[in-house]
Ligand binder design. Structure first.
Ligand SMILES: [Zn+2]
Ligand SMILES: [Zn+2]
Length: 118
């Protein structure tokens, strides 16, 4: 089951990210928001794809938003589980925290679940 999450920040930044994937899609099972350390922009990428590249610049230096360096309050009530790979039970979670905003570069972005799809 996939989810659409909406990231938004008080600076006006907003973007939708896909988490997980639809069963009908053979690829893209493990989509998750990532920050590109080459260009500083966020996108969603397949974490299980070793050749995944940034949608914006094609860079390969991608950091998932589950990384503790991208959130300000880790572990304060997760709204997961955000399973990225149900077969391997590898779970990625968002916490109810503020996340690094790729526009204003402050820990001010929030993630909200918008919808689920299958
Ligand atoms: Zn990039
Ligand atoms: Zn911002």
């Amino acid at each position: 089951m996939g989810k659409i999450v909406h990231g938004e920040c008080e600076c006006g930044y907003s973007n939708d990210f896909t988490v997980g994937g639809a069963r009908s899609q053979p690829k893209g099972w493990s989509r998750f928001p990532v920050l590109c350390r080459s260009c500083g922009k966020a996108s969603d990428n397949d974490l299980d794809d070793a050749e995944a590249t940034c949608h914006h610049c094609g860079g390969i230096d991608l950091l998932p938003y589950s990384d503790s360096s991208l959130s300000s309050e880790v572990g304060r009530g997760s709204i997961g589980p955000w399973s990225s790979d149900e077969k391997n039970c590898k779970q990625l979670r968002f916490n109810e925290a503020s996340y690094y905003c790729p526009r204003c570069k402050k820990m001010c972005m929030q993630f909200l679940i918008v919808c689920f799809f299958d």
